[in-house]
Design a protein around this ligand. Structure first.
Ligand SMILES: Cc1cc2nc3c(=O)[nH]c(=O)nc-3n(C[C@H](O)[C@H](O)[C@H](O)COP(=O)(O)O)c2cc1C
Length: 175
């Protein structure tokens, strides 16, 4: 038997290996768009495809997401790790993250929020549900349009948890 002790539940959640990390973009509908780094991202439904992002009410993006009808989720590859960190350490209240990171805000096909051309995968999401989970609010969005670079390599997608950026590791078993 594994020997266990009771630990702080908040601390125990640090045991997760890592979560995917994405760049979410939301527009205020007046020509201003903001990028936020998000590790709280998950797939809530396969068909229809529904993705959720968890956003703290402290973020500038939260105010924008409350007002918006859509957002984009952009999957960065490992070569964008510095930009991902930058967008996770600076607020759109003070800086223009598109400009500072050299990202091109590209008009999306089916939503008002733009996508990030430099990310190999762009997912256009229409807000469907809002879940107040605690210190983060989850926005669930249906993916209404998706674009993907031909040479997208899932093994180079970034992951993050507890201070460490990673890429997926070894496959230990096929299902
Ligand atoms: C790797 C990483 C992951 C993050 N994940 C989240 C997240 O899932 N939800 C969230 O609200 N903030 C997250 N943050 C923090 C925000 O990205 C950060 O506070 C950002 O500056 C907010 O920008 P804004 O004020 O322009 O919205 C993360 C930061 C980093 C570096």
């Amino acid at each position: 038997m594994l020997e266990k002790s009771v630990v702080n539940p908040i601390w125990a959640c640090r045991a997760f290996p890592a979560f995917p990390v994405v760049l979410a973009v939301v527009s205020d509908g007046k020509g201003n768009s903001n990028v936020i780094t998000i590790a709280l991202v998950h797939m809530f439904s396969f068909n229809p495809p529904v993705l959720g992002i968890g956003v703290s009410p402290a973020r500038h993006s939260y105010e924008m997401l409350e007002a918006a009808n859509d957002f984009s989720i952009n999957i960065p590859s490992m070569d964008l790790v510095e930009e991902v960190l930058y967008c996770g350490q600076h607020s759109g209240r003070e800086v223009d993250k598109f400009e500072d990171c050299g990202f091109v805000p590209t008009p999306a096909k089916k939503i008002k929020s733009p996508v990030i051309a430099e990310c190999p995968v762009n997912l256009e999401c229409v807000k469907r549900q809002r879940i107040d989970a605690g210190d983060h609010v989850w926005y669930l969005g249906e993916v209404v349009n998706a674009e993907m670079a031909k040479d997208t390599d899932r093994e180079k997608s970034l992951m993050y948890w507890s201070g460490d950026f990673r890429v997926p590791g070894d496959i230990v078993r096929k299902r």
